[in-house]
Design a protein around this ligand. Structure first.
Ligand SMILES: Cc1ncc(COP(=O)(O)O)c(C=O)c1O
Length: 390
């Protein structure tokens, strides 16, 4: 595959450079499988839903341990459909994190509800369940909480599920970055009432365009999502309610079915690459309490699949500039937390209202991480960071 086919900004660089992500290395060994699967869809001339989608939904549900998986257009739509299916709407509030991709909050607004932000745990970058619990005592309009399994690690689902049960709140997992991640051995997307995934091309399970899915073990909720993703239409031209067009394309489903067969290995390899980073940072003297960087932390019940390997770094912006000069890829997820986005001024969160979230936005830096990254490349990354702080 030539570099032209790789999304902008993700091209493989030559020589000593290390890309943040190189999709071409994942594609090359499965190219024949993928093209055959796409060929089958083309031969069938069935492009929307149909057999390829049903097949992917079945294998994804089996992989995740849910009774249902409903393919849709994107992770953003998955969140929106899940919230709508759970009956969240005007006058309701949903508690979530402001340290996430924008869609975690915009989906709440799209169903007519109001996002409420609680602070994060700086070690895991995930929504802090205790902070959520504290705010619930004086917020009667909250109907759901949406923990985001950020960077490939589940939020504290023991606490979120118990909060949901005690207070009768829907738990909607934003698992867009965590396909295959587990909490106490159960997979993300099978832990709350509804799970939402994105298959955006940079995700650990990725399509060749926009795609997503919603998962559930609740048959009634799953049936509602299925209805809503296709114009509220249980059968042709009968519309029980006003839904949307958020169907999954057959070509995307065919690509996803091929990739799903490799995902467990890819996730394992990501974990091995993460261990390599930990060892290299330790050898470079950058793993201790006095280090200018803080390595990502895992909470013991979680099996982190390192969708991102994200550190907290002193002088983060200068470090990133230094890495760029050495042609080493990195990314800031997320430079402006959601509560400080101009479109959310009306929610009234001032500077300093979520101190840990804001610290993460100032200091977080994601380093090159993908299953196929080489040890030499990882050494280059760590050596450059060590040089910067020396
Ligand atoms: C945490 C999170 N939620 C939601 C989304 C939205 O997914 P999509 O881009 O497929 O709409 C993303 C993807 O970027 C994400 O990372």
């Amino acid at each position: 595959m030539n570099a032209k086919a790789v999304p902008a900004g993700l091209v493989t660089r030559s020589g000593e450079a290390v890309p943040l992500l190189d999709l071409s290395r994942q594609y090359a060994p499965i190219r024949a499988e993928i093209l055959a699967a796409i060929g089958q869809v083309c031969d069938s001339q069935h492009f929307i839903l149909g057999e390829a989608v049903a097949e992917f939904e079945k294998s994804a549900a089996q992989f995740l341990g849910t009774s249902a998986c409903i393919g849709c257009n994107s992770g953003t739509d998955a969140l929106f459909l899940a919230l709508a299916a759970a009956g969240i709407g005007a006058g309701d509030e949903v508690v979530t994190t402001a340290f996430s991709f924008f869609a975690s909050a915009s989906a709440i607004v799209r169903v007519g509800a109001r996002p409420v932000f609680a602070d994060i745990d700086l070690g895991t970058f995930n929504l802090d369940a205790s902070a959520v619990e504290q705010m619930l005592d004086h917020r009667v309009r909250v109907k759901a909480t949406m923990p985001v399994h950020l960077f490939g690690q589940c939020a504290d689902m023991d606490k979120f599920c118990s909060i949901g049960k005690q207070r009768k709140l829907a738990i909607i997992e934003d698992a867009a970055q965590a396909f295959g991640a587990t909490w106490r051995g159960r997979r993300a997307g099978a832990l709350g009432d509804l799970g939402c995934f994105s298959f955006y091309p940079t995700k650990n399970l990725s399509a060749f365009g926009d795609a997503g899915c919603v998962t559930s073990n609740d048959e009634a909720l799953a049936a509602r999502v299925r209805l809503l993703r296709n114009h509220g239409m249980p059968r042709r031209y009968l519309h029980e309610e006003i839904g949307w067009n958020s169907r999954l394309d057959s070509i995307q489903a065919a690509v996803l079915s091929v990739k799903l067969k490799h995902l467990e290995r890819w996730n394992r390899e990501r974990q091995e690459r993460a261990r390599t980073y930990f060892n290299l940072f330790e050898s470079a003297g950058l793993a201790g309490a006095n280090s200018p960087i803080r390595l990502p932390q895992s909470s013991p019940p979680a099996s982190h699949i390192y969708h991102q390997f994200t550190i907290l770094a002193a002088a983060r912006d200068e470090l990133r500039k230094f890495l760029t000069e050495r042609q080493i890829g990195s990314e800031i997820f997320y430079p402006i937390p959601i509560h400080r986005q101009p479109c959310f001024d009306y929610l009234g969160y001032g500077e300093g209202s979520l101190p840990k979230t804001e610290q993460a936005a100032r200091e977080a830096l994601s380093l090159p991480m993908f299953a196929e990254i080489t040890q030499d490349e990882q050494q280059t990354v760590v050596a450059a960071i060590a040089d910067f702080y020396s």
